[in-house]
Design a protein around this ligand. Sequence first.
Ligand code: KG4
Ligand code: ZN
Length: 329
Amino acid sequence: MILGIETSCDDTCAAVLRADGTIASNVISSQGIHDRYGGVVPEVASRHHVELVNAVVDDALRRADVELDDVELVAVTRGPGLVGALLVGVATAKSLALARGLPLAPVDHLQGHVAANFVAPEPFEPPFVCLLASGGHTLLARVTEHDGFEVLGRTLDDAAGEAFDKGARLLGLPYPGGPHLERLAREGDPEAFAFPTARQVDGLDCSFSGVKTALLYAVRDLGEDEAARRAADLAASYQAAIVRALVDRCTRALEATGLDRLALGGGVAANGPLRDAAAALGATLHVPDRALCTDNAAMIASAARWVTSLAPPDYLAMDAYASGERALA
Ligand code: KG4
Ligand code: ZN
């Protein structure tokens, strides 16, 4: 039994994973307080993690029908993320592990998103290309092992989820904007506006600042009333441009690696048009369940199965890290 803890952003998460990779519980407590600020406020997130984390861990154990005595390994997200938020999870994991004399596995958040694909009952085995697109990160990885990945390309500016959130904000939608924008886009014409797809960026990198600016100008040129009347068309065209950019990079990555297996991860993988366009590429596609795509602790526990754990009390000196992708393979 692995107890996973994830507090890298605004979701307080705990999960119990069995050694065979099946999920016994996966609890996600979304703070739901950041929408009034239009984004995550780090200090507010940290304070809420402190208030929630013990209850979320208890809930994960209860739902899995296990006691702390049954846990053999504690896994925790070490970074990247908001450092104050990460430290709440790291301190919690250290305390629980030390009190029980258990080993602790420090897990990279991005490796966690990749490892969401390794969860039973249908684990997707390497090698494959993985598109990770969340609010904080957008990258393409070549995954050949369970314990790491090679970064093939990444966004040069905003993450894809951030582009969805900022676009949604321009259209007057609540935070986080991705799901709201997707819903609005269903009633719109994706070809109504010609937004750029960042094809000018070479290779496997991508960029979303151009399409964001294009939406800003389109809204400004239309004027408030007309932009509101055409909000669905704007949303559909904007979403189409982001999806085109992401799928284009997936195509290039499959060609560059010669692989015919593609996995999606991160919150943006919940996007229906992105899933449909990725499925149309013809490669074998794997998309984890929605609850495993957005931030969660089951993916952290999953990744921990291939991490070298630290014995007590060696992990007491372990620190969180705020930034950087640790490409391990
Ligand atoms: O992985 P995640 O839960 O947290 C981070 O690590 O960032 O991703 C959250 C991001 C947000 O930007 C959110 O707007 C986006 O994923 N997202 C979506 C959808 N659902 C969530 N973007 C587009 N379409 C969706 N359906
Ligand atoms: Zn994430």
